[in-house]
Design a protein around this ligand. Sequence first.
Ligand SMILES: Cc1cc2nc3c(=O)[nH]c(=O)nc-3n(C[C@H](O)[C@H](O)[C@H](O)COP(=O)(O)OP(=O)(O)OC[C@H]3O[C@@H](n4cnc5c(N)ncnc54)[C@H](O)[C@@H]3O)c2cc1C
Length: 346
Amino acid sequence: MAGKRVTGRDGQDEGGAKAGLPAMDISLAFPQATPASIFPPSASDYYQSDDLLTSEERSIRMKVRGIMEKEIAPIMSAYWEKAEFPFNAIPKLASLGVAGGTIKGYGCPGLSITASAVTMSEIARVDASCSTFILVHSSLAMVTIALCGSEAQKQKYLPSLAQLTTVGCWALTEPNYGSDASSLRTIATKAPGGWHIDGQKRWIGNSTFADVLVVLARNADTQQLNGFIVRKGAPGLKATKIENKIGLRMVQNGDIVLNKVFVPDEDRLPGINSFQDISKVLAISRIMVAWQPVGISMGVFDMCHRYVAPYVLTLLSSQVSERKEAVRSPSGGVSAEPREARPDAR
Ligand SMILES: Cc1cc2nc3c(=O)[nH]c(=O)nc-3n(C[C@H](O)[C@H](O)[C@H](O)COP(=O)(O)OP(=O)(O)OC[C@H]3O[C@@H](n4cnc5c(N)ncnc54)[C@H](O)[C@@H]3O)c2cc1C
């Protein structure tokens, strides 16, 4: 019957075509392309930003670039394809030495804000998902604990987060409150020895596997925003992966449901008493977010440069020979004059 395709048990289409077979190796299918897993060297210091850096800042930039190109790029494509998180990459990301960014002490690197920003762009240059993972972990979860946590909380949580032996996430956005996050509805009610948190969060990066979840909620008494450290596996906590993303596929964004999750008093962040306190954290993290597109653009430039460089060289060498030929024989039909100098130029 016309239009009906019959498929055999081995996936072979009886009309002749095959379905479900692995993709052809890219070196055969499209030999002029090089896969992203072999990352090209940096072709330019686009904004001449190296000139503005101290020697320490340049050196951490080069260290991060080297690890990202050699250790991370080769493994990312498969995870991007499957939209899975590469847990085996965590020790390599830890070796970048950037988790905790500008935070001083508690095992954190204490980088300058410029070093933290350029390293974020170097991570994003090779893999935007990795930079989002680090950003959520470091510039949101860790910075909140560092700026708004008690001394005991900093000592307890920051050292392992800096080593990436534990992973953090930061839960502000809710299904109905994104851009207008200050109106969020998740509620924190005082209970003996702690708090009960009830509500929902959406889009929370790293939340499906994070050990430490920094959760922002409205205090039922004061109606102001408070912050809480919720631990992985807390009863009443459920995080479910958001599927079918077309970008940042490796980042595990989660929908979180908090159903009477108990947080002991010692895990309430004492420095968060209103949305203004959250704004201090956002002021730092948004600078880092802004450096992600800088890095992504650098990576795109390097990829494009690798792709077009052979053609440009061929084109240039043929133009040079053409011009040499024209100079040797002016009547040979090729004008050596620039086009705009010719009488027919419009
Ligand atoms: C990959 C990814 C990772 C994320 N990670 C985290 C995380 O770790 N933690 C976290 O808390 N959140 C996270 N988010 C959520 C993010 O902060 C929100 O997506 C963002 O705040 C926007 O909210 P929204 O998605 O609800 O969009 P909306 O607020 O619904 O906005 C949708 C569109 O409407 C526009 N808009 C909204 N309000 C107005 C207005 N008043 N006037 C004109 N235009 C308007 C917006 O500009 C936007 O274009 C993440 C999101 C993504 C995509």
